[in-house]
Design a protein around this ligand. Structure first.
Ligand code: ZN
Ligand code: ZN
Length: 907
């Protein structure tokens, strides 16, 4: 009767084997017809051409823990994977490849460029799937989606057309953030603001009548060629008399007027500012108020255009230099000041943003935001941790219309067609053949594509078959939960809520859990560019996926950034090793149980599991009662922790249970019973042990799926057992709860612990058997110790444990005194040579001295704390009472030790 388990735990081989098997067997394929409550979750789609970084791994581990846990709890579970086409991000990367070949997208043309991107997606787009498989994510790969696949493209069109028909999508001429390198509008959220040292140039603008000038201050002199006015504050006494006068704009000779507008800040520069409606968002607004001309002097790639006259063709920064030189030579540059300014740069390519007035497509957001605000206010959607709600409301209440058009070639093309004949626009689900006025053959599709977040905002329902009432949509929508990073609360989460409510009438998920960011042990945010990133492939190879998953879970406290270090990963790996070795130890003992009549078939029967714990002649062994009581308690705690996204608590509970209670105590405790000469006794011990181990593996499975799958298959299982992932999560068995057994076990552990500590402190070799005396004034404690004398002796390495009938005097040995009992260990009393009759008095004096020292310091610090009026007034009463109680205990212990030290002194 043997179970083979390799000597060394080799995660790589085990993990690769199971990862492949799970995918090949389509183990996690969802079936809408299967019964049970639903748990469905969609992945936050990563950029298709990227790879997962450690932040993704935290996110994916958390999602997979919840998914596996719920699947095992009997939920009909769907975890839907997929990737995002990531418009601008992907296009920029492929453009870089082209540039390396001396090409541009314009040179090769739209169709060829799109083909290039698809090809690149084909080649490099599989990395994420491979990583997810390697991470053991239990997704349904048959339902994998891509935001540009045909089904999703239809949904995008449907939504666009509906919004357009309702007047919620419109074309507008507005100021947008323009990236001259990417040559597209980008959103405020894709614009990074950087502080920069700049200049403030004071320029004289002469009046047309030749009588004097007005001085304007500007940080961007090159845009003056597009000036439409000079503005001052209406109540600025310095300038009131100039309002309405005409200026001859330097370098162009064009005439503009001085206007008054409340917007002007009299304290900025000279109090007079140039107004350039085509190149500044505020000037754009002022221009609209005063009906000013919008004169664009820049091209799309930020060169001066023909309207800039002799400056045409110059890059914006070259033009600035030349303009300043020309002003200087004409005596129009009055002064230059240093001036710190904030510049917007493109998040993708870091080029300075150029505000640009252009015609774009917009979504009216206020009507969509209103129900989305209400859904969070009413609690229909909860956001966890709660403090993110304030940010959500702040953003949603001040929401601006969303510019959804991008001048890119990679993405969902806008379903609008312009008539060359009459200029009418046809917006349609199908490619139209005629314009709204009936012109045929005159239509041209809008060249722009949609912002990538437009399609991702539809992700929870577009992936499930909407607008059709598919079986998936009916069964799995709304999804159960959204779990993502808080950095995309606006980009993605808020927009999904708005779109979900608008198009399905239901919130796309009832809960949003925003997980933490991962930091290095130095506290820096993980970043590849800063070299602080941890490469997932490297650490997986080094520690194994299970260890990494467990480590990530064990540090994932909600609401705080989490710190990942090599030490942490080592302890994850040590945990996996510990479990492996404990199982080997058990299987090794199984061989020795030959002849007890036990069969593996018997252990494999489902009854063996359900019927645990087993009793002998109606009497349940204390350690069995205890471990099953712990199992019930731990299961309940893990469920509670996971229900509240407290992954770190759940991980720490299973860690302590498996390592501390099962491996260090239970297995050691029952070892003699496993090979008991009485077959019935051995059989019961094995049944209980396997039931506990098997349940513990199931508790651990969501965290460490590979190791647990491997070991679960080693344990005797019914013939039709497929995977631990499809097995049940242990159920909380209230009848197993046994506070008396837990209290007794705690007492015995503290007796054994006391003996082990005394041995260690007295530096006695672990192999040397000691003698011990035990005394307690409590009869029930005496009783428990008497009944478990054998176990105490074995586990504490004692030759004998004597139960004293009266308090023993302090002669010889080392004594530990607790509130419940006194324990003395003595070295070999049969050898009566004076130096060996006891643990040396000197050693004991030294030990006691140290102990007294430690306690004194503790007493002093607690006393000082209680003396602190501020602590007393601010700390909760219960905390103060707790400190007071501990102080009293420490004082008693200190007293006892001092008495003992003086007694030793007498001998
Ligand atoms: Zn850019
Ligand atoms: Zn027409």
């Amino acid at each position: 009767m043997t179970i083979e388990l390799p000597k060394a735990y080799e995660p790589r081989e085990i993990e690769e084997r199971w990862a492949r098997a799970w995918v090949d067997q389509e183990l996690f394929r969802a079936d809408p017809n299967q019964r049970g409550p639903v748990f469905s979750i969609v992945i936050p789609p990563p950029n298709v051409t990227g790879s997962l970084h450690i932040g993704h791994m935290l996110n994916h581990t958390e999602i997979d823990i919840l998914t596996r846990w719920n699947r095992m709890r009997g939920f009909n579970t769907l975890y839907l994977p997929g990737t995002d086409h990531a418009g601008i991000g992907t296009q920029v990367v492929v453009e870089r490849h082209l540039a390396a070949e001396g090409l541009t997208r314009q040179k090769i043309g739209r169709a060829a460029f799109e083909e290039r991107i698809w090809k690149w997606k084909q080649e490099s787009g599989g990395a994420i799937k491979q990583q997810m498989i390697q991470l053991g994510e239990s997704c349904d790969w048959s339902r994998e989606r891509f935001t540009l696949d045909p089904g999703l493209a239809n949904v995008v069109r449907e939504v666009f057309v509906r919004l357009y028909e309702e007047g919620l999508i419109y074309r507008g001429h507005y100021m947008v953030n323009w990236c001259p390198r990417c040559q597209t509008a980008i959103s405020d959220l894709e614009t990074v603001h950087v502080e920069r040292a700049g200049k403030l140039w004071h320029i004289r603008y002469p009046f047309s009548d030749g009588e004097g000038y007005i001085v304007v201050a500007t940080t961007r002199p090159e845009t003056m060629l597009g000036d439409a006015a000079v503005a001052v504050h209406p109540s600025d006494e310095r300038y009131q008399r100039f309002v309405g006068r005409t200026i001859r704009l330097p370098l162009t000779g064009r005439e503009i007027s001085v206007i008054a507008d409340e917007y002007v800040d009299p304290a900025f520069g000279t109090g007079a500012v140039k107004i350039t409606p085509a190149h500044d968002p505020n000037d754009f607004e002022i221009g609209k108020r005063h009906n000013l001309r919008e004169l664009n002097v820049l091209t799309e790639d930020a060169r001066m255009n023909d309207a800039a006259g002799t400056y045409a063709g110059l890059d914006r920064f070259a033009a600035r230099k030349k303009i300043l030189a020309d002003l200087e030579s004409q005596g129009l540059l009055e002064k230059v000041e240093d001036h710190a300014l904030t510049v917007g740069v493109c998040d993708r390519c870091k080029t300075d943003i150029e505000p640009r007035a252009s015609t774009q497509w917009f979504v009216k957001m206020k009507p969509l935001a209103k129900p989305a605000i209400a859904a969070v206010e009413s609690g229909e959607i909860s956001i966890i941790p709660e403090f993110h709600k304030a940010t959500y409301f702040e953003w949603m209440r001040n929401i601006r219309d969303w510019c959804i058009s991008r001048q890119l070639w990679w993405g969902h093309r806008i379903p609008a067609w312009h008539c060359r004949e009459c200029g009418e626009i046809a917006v349609s689900r199908e490619t139209p053949t005629q314009c709204p006025r009936g012109h045929i053959g005159t239509l041209q599709q809008d060249p722009d594509v949609l912002d990538t977040w437009f399609s991702s905002s539809l992700w929870p329902f577009s992936t499930l078959g909407w607008p059709e009432e598919t079986a998936d949509f009916r069964r799995y929508y709304p999804t159960s939960l959204l779990l993502t990073g808080h950095d995309i609360l606006f980009f993605w989460v808020a927009r999904m809520i708005m779109m979900g409510l608008k198009f399905t009438g239901q919130a796309p998920f009832p809960h949003v859990y925003l997980h933490s960011l991962v930091r290095t042990s130095e506290g820096a945010k993980m970043s590849k560019s800063k070299g602080t990133g941890i490469d997932p492939l490297t650490i997986n190879a080094k520690y194994g996926t299970d260890a990494i998953r467990f480590t990530l879970a064990s540090i994932a406290a909600p609401g705080t950034d989490v710190v990942l270090s090599e030490d942490r990963m080592q302890s994850g790996r040590a945990f996996a090793n510990k479990i492996w070795n404990a199982m080997r130890f058990v299987f090794f003992n199984l061989e020795k149980a030959e002849g007890t009549g036990l069969t593996l078939q018997e252990l494999a029967s489902p009854k063996a599991r359900a019927g645990a714990p087993y009793a002998m002649d109606g009497k349940l062994a204390l350690e069995d009662a205890w471990i099953f009581s712990r199992l019930a308690g731990v299961t309940l705690q893990i469920n509670e922790a996971l229900e509240n996204y407290r992954f770190h608590e759940a991980a720490n509970i299973i860690y302590h249970f498996f390592w501390g209670e099962i491996c260090d105590w239970y297995i050691e405790w029952i070892k003699p019973r496993l090979t008991d000469a009485t077959a019935a006794r051995a059989t019961i011990a094995w049944k209980n042990l396997f039931a506990v181990l098997e349940a513990a593996l199931r508790l651990l499975h969501p965290f460490m799926p590979f190791l647990t799958e491997e070991l679960w298959h080693k344990l005797p299982q019914p013939a039709d057992a497929r995977s631990i992932a499809l097995d049940t999560f242990p159920e909380v068995q209230p009848s197993w709860t046994n506070p008396a057994a837990e209290a007794e076990m705690a007492l015995l552990q503290s007796v054994i612990g006391a003996a082990r500590n005394l041995r260690a402190e007295s530096k006695v070799d672990a192999k040397e058997k000691l003698e011990a005396d035990f005394f307690s004034t409590d009869n029930s404690i005496f009783q428990v110790v008497r009944e478990n004398c054998d176990a105490i002796q074995r586990l504490a390495g004692l030759a004998v444990l004597r139960l004293a009938t009266s308090r023993f005097d302090a002669t010889g040995g080392a004594i530990r005194t607790t509130a419940q009992f006194d324990l003395r260990v003595i070295r070999n009393s049969h050898d009566n040579s004076p130096s060996e009759t006891s643990i040396g008095a000197d050693a004991e004096r030294a030990r006691l001295g140290k102990e007294i020292d430690r306690l004194s310091k503790d007493v002093e610090s607690k006393r000082a704390r209680l003396a602190d009026a501020q602590f007393r007034s601010r700390a909760p009463a219960a905390v103060v009472a707790g400190v007071e109680a501990t102080l009293a205990e420490r004082r008693t212990e200190l007293e006892k030790l001092s008495v003992r030290l003086s007694e030793i002194g007498k001998h």
